[in-house]
Design a protein around this ligand. Sequence first.
Ligand SMILES: Nc1ncnc2c1ncn2[C@@H]1O[C@H](COP(=O)(O)OP(=O)(O)OP(=O)(O)O)[C@@H](O)[C@H]1O
Length: 360
Amino acid sequence: MNAPFPHAMLAAETDPPLIRFEGVTKTFSAGPAPVTALDGVDLDVRPGSIVGVIGRSGAGKSTLIRLVNGLERPSAGRVIVDGREIQGLDEAALREARRSIGMIFQHFNLLSSRTAADNVALPLELAGIGRAAARARVAELLDLVGLSDKADRYPAELSGGQKQRVGIARALATNPKVLLSDEATSALDPETTRSILDLLARINRELGLTILLITHEMAVIRGVAHEVAVLASGRIVEAGPVFDVFSTPRHPLTRAFLAGEPGFALPPAIAGRLVPEPVENGQTVIRVVFRGAHATEPVLARLARDEAIEANILAGTVDEIAGRPFGVLVVAIPSGAETAQALGFFARHSLTAEVVGHVA
Ligand SMILES: Nc1ncnc2c1ncn2[C@@H]1O[C@H](COP(=O)(O)OP(=O)(O)OP(=O)(O)O)[C@@H](O)[C@H]1O
């Protein structure tokens, strides 16, 4: 995998955000009872960053993204994009603002009667770009997404991944500053997802494009985002750099999302036997998170040597998240005094360790 770092374009923390949600609430009152889709959301997206918003179905993700391009207006609060308050714009100004905001979709939204090249050309036609200039730009965009040889193919002749590449090329046609991604990989298999995420990371790096994406999959966040916000019932319950949220998740929902990730998932045989209280002569299951340089330390060997505690490895992974080494080990050690001793040992070695449960 190509890590999305280093990203030279990522702005300094003090730069003004390119997208800012300020106390945003959105209530829909069309049905029998009003629905609050977003409830007091504050979120900053810095120029050049990739921010992922993860949430379950109905959490408010689509509403959040539709507020950025003015398809929805907040009931309270402000959405500011590139210094302009979106809800204050009239139709003409909104059309203009949307030219700097590209969008890609789960189901690609290509016109089936147009070839790949003509789909990419559509925003250029709408912007009144001349035919020759448009043709040159389309060729450039198809080359960028690796589809030069498919210019004359119709969507029905393309794979899902190729269709999404056309969608990305079309979204980039008017040189936007922001790309909104609405579950853009949800209809794709894991391998194609990986290639699309790599493409997004590359255009972020090479073009300095700021990306706000919504997803229900932690693997997408891990694969491409620099920052993550976890959305539940219209509220952001946890947010921060991806590495920090992965290594020290705080909210139960974040933990639930991480549960399916490599290293976090317990083997089914263990998960089924896990109980919340220690069992006499049983074992305590501990998850240890290795961050940065600690990822390569032979910690379990030291635990055995210095503390005389033998740990059984139940699950584990070493990976890179946001360009930094990151490992998770799930180990079992004897319950009782050894547990406290091991937790103390991990703390002294600056490792995050938590008791996941106990087994007989
Ligand atoms: N136009 C609308 N009118 C009424 N209610 C709406 C409207 N749009 C969204 N909602 C409601 O707002 C809440 C949030 O919806 P939203 O589509 O933003 O969630 P989501 O996280 O994108 O979900 P999903 O992943 O299923 O698309 C839901 O309860 C939804 O039913």
